[in-house]
Design a protein around this ligand. Sequence first.
Ligand SMILES: Cc1cc2nc3c(=O)[nH]c(=O)nc-3n(C[C@H](O)[C@H](O)[C@H](O)COP(=O)(O)OP(=O)(O)OC[C@H]3O[C@@H](n4cnc5c(N)ncnc54)[C@H](O)[C@@H]3O)c2cc1C
Length: 491
Amino acid sequence: MPTPDRYTAEAPAECDVAIVGGGFSGLMSLVRLAQCAPKCQAVVLERRPLPGPGVAYGACDAEHLLNVPAARMGVFAERPTGFHEWLERNFPGRYRADEFVPRALFGRYLAEAVSQTLADTKACAAFVRDAVVHIEPLGQRFELLLASGRTVLARGVILAPGLPPARAPWRAVDEGVTRSLVAQDPWDRAAVKGLAPDGDAVLVGSGLTAIDLVMGLRRSGWKGRIVLVSRNGRLPLPHAASHGAPVVYDPQELMRGVHAAFRAVRRAAKELARVGHDWRAAIDAVRPHAQAVWGAWPASERQAFLRRLRPFWEIHRHRAPAHLLEAIERERAAGTIEVVAGAIASLRMDAASTHAEVVVRTAHGSLRVIRASRVINCSGPAMSVSETLDPLLGSLLRMGFALADRLGLGLRTDREGRLIGADGTVQRRVRLVGALRRGELWESTAVPELRAQAAVAAESLAQELGCGTVDRRAFTDRSDSAPRGAIGGCA
Ligand SMILES: Cc1cc2nc3c(=O)[nH]c(=O)nc-3n(C[C@H](O)[C@H](O)[C@H](O)COP(=O)(O)OP(=O)(O)OC[C@H]3O[C@@H](n4cnc5c(N)ncnc54)[C@H](O)[C@@H]3O)c2cc1C
């Protein structure tokens, strides 16, 4: 039986549904598809050779932690405690429900949920290691062109590609530094390997990715100085063990605009402090309203939020486990970690041609020169789809099959996640799941939102397709004469 931990290079020539991306969104779309239309033949296409699902749960080691407590990470909305129950079955008594557990364990749990669902429903799926670089409508179907040159013909498509990586933030000032001294992709294991001991590690960004990389560098035994450079020089704020009193907002007040919303949040946080409770409840209580509020704000308010308030919001909303931040603070006090507010003004080889010379223009206007053993991009995904070099996104936008949302944060969709083309037509039988819907939903990042999107996308697509019409023999025959890359394991 093919499972998400056993990808093959061979893609079947045809399927009912092609799922682009084998991260949480793609796999949960598959799970929901198997549950509602077990006869639907699905192919999951994933380009990265990761040991687990997607960047968050695949490109991590045993020490990288979730930033959401275990009890809220169940893959099924109807059973949010499912992950903690799985932990209890596999590691009795080891993890508390409110604990931040290793992300790799969540990856294992997710992969098991997929395999179990496929077994229970007797649904068929193939897991193919290849990148989709182009999608073209062919009559009632879609032809997916893969990086290997192969093609897959599908009746429906679920796009779940996550966010494209940003181009290196130093790109415009890079004078051609030796490539082994710069790491564009922080999730590539090579990013923290083989650093010379006598220079600094410069991490560009100071969010959750940078914290992961700091931990990765220290675990690898590297003892050099680490400098985090980001525009605002702020680290995420810590999670608290317990949030205390719940906060109830009037959604109409939040919808009035950015300033009204922030006044309401500040008022709630002050009130919590006054009665001896924690401010975090004021942030978390916004989340159930976030999509409706974002949808109600006109483009000018959304722009104002992105320009002025997003960095503050992000450090409050995307918090880090407290003990990791404490470890960083200890190192800051000892001088082995420094956080600099500023931007890279130039990047060149040093005089000896052994290290990179990073010149940082600080927020105060001064210049700092740092001799770096490696410069690592921790700036997160691209904020604008037009900036990305991602071949599939570029091709979808160029051919007008997809349209960027007004702020360019992602792609336009209707309420069920159907892609909207450049001429305004809804692309029937094509769904988008994941963070590329953030332009229209904003909160489209974490497990709770994504599991809901995946369910809607899979169920509505299966209904539209009336699934199960592809010749099943093409998928079940595993003899040599079977079509290439046949989907296996189906009853
Ligand atoms: C470091 C990190 C930690 C996180 N921690 C948490 C957490 O604790 N809790 C939480 O709720 N959320 C967390 N998140 C948010 C996380 O993004 C979501 O939970 C979820 O993993 C997103 O899944 P996704 O499938 O939408 O995107 P991704 O995980 O990015 O998966 C998309 C996949 O699609 C593949 N792909 C893209 N384009 C193509 C193509 N053209 N062809 C083939 N394959 C393609 C990519 O290689 C990738 O594997 C974290 C995110 C990160 C980055």
